[in-house]
Design a protein around this ligand. Structure first.
Ligand SMILES: C[S@@+](CC[C@H](N)C(=O)[O-])C[C@H]1O[C@@H](n2cnc3c(N)ncnc32)[C@H](O)[C@@H]1O
Length: 178
């Protein structure tokens, strides 16, 4: 994948997600409607691109910005009308928002087993049962098995199944209740 795939027009900084994976996020959101969430937003370049493709719908971005505090200024420079920011961890948001507040979530925050598990558990509360959960770096070798193991433990027992993947991003949906 060339470096150009990580550049987003009219933004400063970088997306850390390749173009075809950003397209997956934008398309899933367009198909499902409602609100979307991105856990781990970094410079906000991915957020800006998917928001431009889905005008009039809110994307809530969640980030601690602990490791890269300078990302905040890039995020704010990249902010478009429908981008919202929550600084903190996803369980804090899950504690205050109603169930099924979002239709799509992209998980790309902390990449340890514990952090990914916490984000997945937040999504069980926050994402509608007919929604989609996208997990970035699902197949990335550098995180060993932390991310797939967390998905297996949290998503699969709750009826979410791996539907497909694009690049390193896995797409989970839930079987409709019979
Ligand atoms: C890989 S980057 C996200 C890239 C972004 N999704 C994009 O498309 O460019 C990971 C981000 O997650 C944030 N982060 C790390 N641990 C986190 C956590 N436990 N909760 C929320 N955000 C976290 C980091 O501050 C960083 O900005």
């Amino acid at each position: 994948m060339s470096i150009a795939a990580y550049r987003v027009v009219d933004t400063v900084g970088f997306s850390l997600i390749a173009r075809d994976e950003r397209q997956l996020f934008a398309d899933a959101w367009r198909e499902l409607g409602g609100r979307a969430m991105e856990i781990g937003t970094f410079d906000g370049c991915t957020a800006a691109e998917v928001c431009r493709a889905n005008p009039g719908r809110e994307l809530w971005c969640v980030d601690t910005f602990q490791l890269f505090p300078s990302c905040v200024s890039n995020w704010l420079a990249n902010q478009v009308d429908n981008m919202r920011l929550f600084v903190g961890h996803s369980p804090m948001l899950a504690a205050v928002l109603p169930k099924a507040f979002f239709h799509v979530a992209l998980i790309d925050g902390g990449h340890s087993y514990e952090a990914c598990k916490a984000d997945l558990e937040s999504c069980l509360h926050l994402v509608a049962p007919d929604g989609t959960i996208l997990v970035h770096d699902y197949t990335a070798k550098c995180f060993a098995d932390a991310i797939p193991v967390a998905c297996q433990e949290v998503l699969m027992p709750n009826g979410w199944t791996l539907e497909n993947s694009v690049g390193k991003t896995a797409c989970f949906r839930r079987e409709p209740a019979i």
